[in-house]
Design a binder for this molecule. Structure first.
Ligand code: F6P
Length: 342
């Protein structure tokens, strides 16, 4: 029998509770016990844990957020906190920690595994789908579905009012959400961090669309997109400084369009709506599969690994490989998106 710890760190995300439930069910099924660590890695700094059993995790599969709470700790942690976590971990009697999180949470997990010998298994969570080593992280599908629905709704306003609507979606480093939701929502232009934007080109395309009688346009932009020649706020810097952000790159782009073309333009920033609320069926399913696989890795002693989706198979990769660089967008998909752009 093992005592398995589980924590959820970083941004909240649809599907976190699906993973927690799956870990508990799979672990109990194999005769283990599970301890929930509250508020991400902070729970091991503050010694804040609670036993999780089948009863306390029933009915949470479809619930957004995380019953364990979360916190945003930035790697690397200082020596004091690393030591505190290592000491509290030893005293807790926990045999292994399943860390469910994105880049920051998994980087801290990797440091604890490599420097403090704490047995860690990672589970990839990222609405941005920014983690390497897995085809998809859970949370992404829900975010894409929410953003697509918003694009559909904004489409009707754009069309009725003959306006340009700039829709800013999440994605600090990568354009996964913009690309998928933009294609699904029939966007006329998709702007992503991977390709800095030339506003003269954008406006030229908008004018040619107008000349062809299309009096409205939908532009989907990732929050981390850079506009050539213009200082756009850096969402990563803002996030690390814990500043709230409203209408930044989307607003910059919308203002420039209106200034250069005189077409009536509006901006809509989807923000945290993309990561709240119930997970999609797909995220519940991969969340469940990730949770079950994570328990299997604990049993096999495959520490320092992250569960991963490879095609339709559940596999495992080194956490080090998953956090080394952000997951690149699918350039084939980007080429497809270009066929439909203006
Ligand atoms: O990492 C997920 C994410 O939602 C990003 O897409 C976004 O840039 C960031 O978190 C926002 O962070 P916060 O909720 O801390 O403002």
């Amino acid at each position: 029998m093992k005592k398995i710890g589980i924590l959820t760190g970083g941004a909240d995300c649809p599907g976190l509770n699906s993973v927690i439930r799956a870990v508990v069910r799979a672990a109990v099924d194999q005769g283990h016990v599970v301890t929930g660590i509250k508020n991400g890695w902070s729970g091991l700094i503050d010694n804040d844990t609670r036993i999780l059993d089948v009863r306390s995790t029933s009915g949470i599969l479809d619930r957004g957020g995380t019953i364990l709470g979360t916190s945003r700790l930035r790697p690397p942690l200082d020596d004091k906190n690393m030591d505190l976590i290592a000491d509290n971990f030893k005293r807790s009697g926990i045999d292994a920690v399943i860390a469910v999180g994105g880049e920051d949470t998994l980087k801290i997990g990797l440091d604890l595994y490599e420097k403090k010998d704490i047995p860690i298994i990672g589970v990839p969570k990222s609405i941005d789908n920014a983690l390497s080593g897995t085809d998809y992280a859970f949370g992404f599908d829900t975010a894409v579905n929410v953003a697509t629905e918003c694009i559909d709704r904004l489409h009707t306003t754009a069309e009725s009012h003959h306006r340009i609507i700039v829709i800013e979606v999440m994605g600090r480093h990568t354009g996964w959400i913009a690309l998928h939701a933009g294609i699904a929502g029939g966007a006329d232009m998709i702007l992503i961090p991977e390709y800095p934007v030339d506003m003269d080109e954008v406006c030229e395309l908008l004018r040619s669309r107008h000349d062809r009688g299309k009096m409205f346009s939908i532009i989907v932009v990732s929050e981390g997109t850079k506009v050539v020649g213009h200082d756009t706020p850096d969402p990563e810097h803002d996030r690390r400084a814990s500043r709230s952000r409203f209408a930044k790159v989307g607003e910059v782009i919308a203002n420039l369009i209106e200034e250069k073309t005189k077409y009536e333009t509006r901006v809509s920033v989807l923000g945290h709506i993309q990561r709240g609320g119930v997970p999609s069926a797909y995220d519940r399913i991969i969340g469940t599969r990730f949770g079950v696989k994570a328990v299997e890795l604990v049993e096999n002693g495959e520490f320092g690994k992250m569960v991963s989706l490879n095609g339709d198979k559940m596999t495992a990769v080194n956490i080090a490989d998953a956090v080394r660089e952000f997951k690149r967008i699918d350039t084939n998909l980007y080429d497809i998106a270009k066929v439909f752009s203006i």
